[in-house]
Structures are given as C-alpha cells and as structure tokens.
Write a new protein. Structure first.
Lengths: 282, 343
C-alpha cells in the first residue's frame, strides 16, 4: 500500500476522509436534542441550507444539517437528535472530544433570492435547525429585507428548539409565531395548532414574498397548498428536503429523488423545480 | 492498434503464462451450471467456447462487495490518524464478454463523472481487460443486441474474436495490451473484426429501439406495469447485487478488538431492499415494492442514461431475470412498457 500515488491519496482525501473537529460547546435543547458547537481546523465556508457528514470513527457517519449562518471563523453549529447508535454515541461526547466532519455538501439557499423581499420561514420540529442557518443571516441584515415572518411549530412545549433565540428574534421586531400541536399539560404561553393554521390569516403580498420551509415529510404538501391559495408563485417557495444519505457526493444512491441526487442538487429546491420529480414530496 | 491471428492453444498458454506473474481472473466453473471470475492458476481450465454469464459480473472486482475506504487508529494522545485504503494491485480480467465490457465502460462513467471516486478509479487504472466476443447467445435470458451491447469493445486492452476453426483474431487496443501481448509471438494479421448484424436476432429482441425505449420509460411513472411485476417480488435485492451497472452502497465502521483502531467500509446496497430510502423517524420514501421496482428500471432506462448521456444503462446480460427467485425479468417489464406505449 506504500506505492499508492499521492494523486489517488489526494482524491481519496477529498471524498471520504473526515477532518477532525473539536467540540467547543454542548447545550441541551430538549430531552433528545443537543446543540453542538464544533471548532474546525479551518473555516467551513458553507452556505445556508448545506449539510455536513458527521462521524465518530468506529461507530459510523450520518448527514447533519448545518445550523449556523455563514461564518468567517472556524466554528460550526449543529443540533443533533438522539435517534440511533451514532447519535447516541455523539450525545455521550464531552467538550474537547473529537468529531469527524466532511463537507459542506449540497446546494443550500442563495441569499440573493431573498434580498429586497418579504421573507416567510415555516419550520416544523427539527426543520428549524437547518432554517436557522438562513434565518440568522437574514435577521442580521434585516434592513435589506422586507417584512420577516417566522412560523415555528413542534409537537409539544418540551420539544421546542432554540427557545431563547425565538424570543430574541421576536424582541428584535421579527414577526414570530410559536405553535405546538398540543400542550400535553405543560405550561405554554403561545399558540396551539399546525404550522399551516396562521398562513391564511397572513397579510402577504404574494409577488413580493419568498418562503423557505423545512419540516417532516408530511408537512410540505399542506404548507404548499396553503401558500398556493395565497397565490405565492411556485418559484418563490424554497423547500429543504430530507433523504437517507451515505456519501454526500452523488454516488451511494440513497438520496435519489427520481433522477436527482438530493445531496448535490438539493437538499434545498425551488418548489417549481420539483414539477418533474413526482417522488419529491411523497 | 495491431491485429494478430492466434490459435486457441496459444491464447490459453498466453493467459496461463500471464497468471504466473499476475492475478488473472477468468470465468471458471463453479458447481454444476454456474461460472465465477476466479484467479487462473497454471493448471486452470480455460475454455472460451460457451460459458454462461458469471453469477456476478466482472466489474464487481473493481467495486467489490466490501470495499474498505479508511483505516483509523487512535493514539494515546487522543489524536486519530486516518488514511485511505486504496487498492492499486495490478490485475487482469480475461474472458470478459461484450455485455460485461459495456458494464465496466458504464461504471467508468459513473465513477468518473461528478465527484471522481478514488477507490474505483485506482483499481480501474490498475486493471487490464481481455475481452472476448460472443458467437452465440449464452442462454435464453440474454437480450444484449436489443440494448446495443453485443458489439461493445471499448475499454478492453485486448479483444479476442473466434474466427471459426481453431483461430482467434487478437485485437490489441491499448499500450497496456501491447505490453501484455508482446511475449505471445503471434503472427500479424490484416483481418478485421466483422461486426455485421447476424442474420438472426442475437438473444431476445425488443419491438422498439433504445432511444424509443428510454422515451417510453420516461413517460411512465404511473403505470399498472410496476404493480404487475412485483406481485411475487420478495424485495431480496438479488437483481441489484448481480447487475453490472448497480453500484449503490452503504457505509459502516468496524472496530478492531483493541477498540482503538478499525476500518470504514462500503458494502453493496440495493434500491429493491425495503429500507433503502428510510430516513430518521421511519418515513420510507419508497415503501411499496412497485415504487422500488420502478426506480430500478428507471435508473437503467431513464435516470442514468439522462445523467451520463448514454443510451441504455441495462446491458442485456439477463442476470437479474436469471437469478431472481421469482423469475421477475427486467426484459418482461420493459416489454410490457413498450406494449403499453402502443409499440
């Protein structure tokens, strides 16, 4: 194996080799969701809506949404839900431990599609995690956008993510609607209902509005139907889709939506571009 | 490049000679009816006449069932050292039929285009291929001519064509082929390979051309044909595993007993397996077998041809139908789609 030319080694390094990241901060968000701030060797240079492959060598690797806006420092923020073997191990890590990171991957959002427009964010459950990578830069430059509205919903009060941040955004004058499907006997001072409920009541100028939405698979068609009845043009609706992924580089086949590789052409799509992809919102 | 005429004995001796210094793979009998690409020894039985397509196609030597990607070791200081496990051993695949040669040609495209795959390409660069043309259909399942792979020779370093009698036409197609054939001492020939269409259809035929089929398949997302052909499907994924152009994979880690070192390996996966498109939370984007079957067929006749700009990505080797427990045959599925399209 010592005779492998360096060009192959370089190529291999660009594909499946993770870079070391050091955990700089861990915060519990809910009983099963934990926020991680990772210090990388160099800036990630990502766009909002992109994702990274996160690994613990010896355990496995999984695609995880990037939750911070573009940044110049070496930091990466993610929220990881404990759902399987890998995430169980990641939840057991401490500040100072190493995580493997490769990426960023995917298309992401382009801020140029949002400047000068009214922006509506619709987030269901964990969908707020990737959307936060877009909300952060939009709120930071709020003057360059029209009216900014955030609708965030989750199952019950204990599952709400980024509570403090939602409050801060609200305090900063952003129109924030916080919803739960039900309070389940927990204290809750905000609304009850589905993320689709507030849409018919919104005063929005459809031609001037751009929408970014992310949530569980079942959410999309209902939110899109609500937006269509408000006459929001299809090419001004951006959806952030979820798929199984094993490589991130358009080879393993798991993320394919008809002919499109979600890991490369997505996970963010203009809704109008999904017309020829009947598997997209199934 | 150059052409030679050689007797069958001299070709066999040439391959045996190569095997003394190289890993040479040739289809050899495995059990009663099956063949496998296994390493040739100097006393191996090498016969070119009639062998059924091997259980798995030769391209799987380049994209093996278990393909180690990384080796890692955690040092005492807590730092983890990671290195890529590239396989650059030289090997020769001999006796590769045109359908399988086209399979390799297509896989070269898949792994080269987009993000180039170091693991496949490193193996490919260090692999010589000796192709061999078919004089008669291997069995009743083949439909290679119908999908335009019967006369495929691209990608071979040396290509052999039986000339009738005991002779082979040897076409040396690359520098590597020239190097490998130089010890053989065959006599140069002015002969050219005849690719004229056989009088009879070679293998099974479709009633539509490849461009017509790709167009027909593209238009048929909702069709009763998808449902019809899965009523007896076990979703076992055999069709994926034996396909020369299936390359989807899963990635998993193995930890050594010292618990500080281990490997990351990709293994074959298949879009017919029920859990292939399941995400966290349990949602399955292709929960019904018919949706998975449609995806498999569309990958061969619509999605990958469109992505890589190449005719059909099914090479007509017939393996999926031949080895399916329930005899579900992609040929029948495509034939039904053609018929449904009014052709």
């Amino acid at each position: 194996m010592s005779t492998v030319p360096s060009s192959w080694q370089d190529l291999a390094r660009q594909s499946f080799m993770p870079q070391a990241g050091r955990i700089a901060e861990i915060t519990d968000m809910t009983a099963k969701d934990r926020y991680f701030r990772i210090e990388l060797e160099k800036p990630l240079g990502h766009r909002p809506g992109q994702f990274v492959m996160v690994s613990v060598l010896g355990v496995g690797e999984a695609p995880i949404s990037i939750s911070c806006g573009p940044r110049k420092d070496n930091m990466l923020e993610m929220v990881i839900r404990r759902v399987g073997r890998l995430t169980q191990v990641i939840h057991g890590l401490k500040v100072g431990d190493e995580l493997g990171i490769r990426g960023p991957y995917g298309s992401g959002f382009d801020l140029d599609d949002f400047y000068g427009r009214d922006v509506l964010f619709v987030a269901g459950g964990l969908g707020l995690v990737p959307l936060r990578s877009l909300i952060t830069p939009v709120v930071a430059e709020a003057g360059r956008f029209g009216q900014i509205t955030i609708i965030s919903g989750c199952r019950n009060p204990s599952e709400e993510l980024f509570r403090n941040q939602l409050r801060d955004w609200s305090d900063a004058g952003i129109n924030v609607t916080r919803l739960v499907d039900g309070t389940e006997n927990m204290p809750w001072e905000f609304g009850i209902g589905l993320v689709t409920d507030p849409i018919p009541k919104l005063k929005l100028d459809p031609e001037k509005t751009v929408v970014a939405l992310c949530g569980p698979p079942v959410m999309y068609k209902f939110v899109i139907a609500a937006l269509m009845s408000k006459n929001v043009p299809q090419d001004q609706i951006f959806v952030d889709l979820e798929r199984r992924m094993k490589c991130g580089v358009g080879k393993c086949g798991h993320c394919q939506i008809n002919q499109v590789y979600c890991c490369q052409e997505g996970p963010v799509f203009r809704f109008s571009s999904l017309a020829g992809l009947p598997e997209a919102l199934r | 490049m150059s052409h030679y005429l050689a007797t069958k004995t001299s070709v066999v001796n040439w391959l045996r000679g190569l095997s003394s210094e190289n890993q040479v793979y040739f289809p050899q009998k495995h059990g009663e009816v099956s063949y496998r690409f296994t390493p040739v020894r100097t006393d191996s039985d090498i016969q070119f006449e009639r062998y059924a397509p091997t259980i798995v196609p030769p391209v799987k030597q380049l994209a093996p069932a278990r393909d180690e990607l990384l080796q890692f070791k955690r040092s005492e200081s807590g730092k983890t050292e990671v290195r890529a496990s590239l396989d650059t051993c030289f090997r020769i695949l001999a006796g590769v039929r045109p359908c399988d040669l086209k399979g390799i040609f297509l896989m070269d495209l898949f792994f080269k285009n987009g993000a180039p795959d170091a693991y496949y390409l490193a193996r490919r660069e260090n692999t010589a291929i000796v192709g061999c043309s078919c004089v008669a259909p291997c069995d009743s399942r083949a439909f290679c001519e119908a999908v335009e792979s019967l006369n495929h020779t691209e990608g071979a370093d040396v290509f052999l064509t039986p000339q009738g009698g005991d002779d082979f036409l040897v076409e040396v197609k690359t520098e590597l082929g020239k190097k490998l054939t130089s010890p053989a001492g065959w006599r140069p020939s002015e002969e050219v390979r005849r690719t004229s269409k056989p009088v009879q259809q070679f293998g099974r035929a479709f009633s539509a051309s490849v461009p017509e089929i790709t167009k027909l398949v593209a238009g048929r997302f909702n069709s009763p044909v998808w449902e019809k052909h899965v009523s007896r499907c076990f979703s076992c994924g055999t069709c994926n595993l034996v396909c020369p152009t299936c390359y989807c994979f899963d990635v998993a880690d193995d930890l050594n007993l010292d618990v500080t070192s281990g490997t990351r390996t990709r293994t074959w996966d298949g879009c017919m397996l029920p859990g292939f498109a399941v995400v966290v939370g349990g949602h399955n984007f292709r929960a019904e077998p018919a949706a998975r079957q449609r995806h498999r067929v569309k990958r061969k006749f619509e999605y990958l041809p469109e992505k890589h700009g190449h005719g059909a990505v099914c090479v007509g080797c017939g393996r999926c139908g031949r080895q399916c427990t329930s005899h579900i045959d992609i040929y029948d599925i495509v034939s039904d789609l053609i018929q449904e399209g009014g052709r």
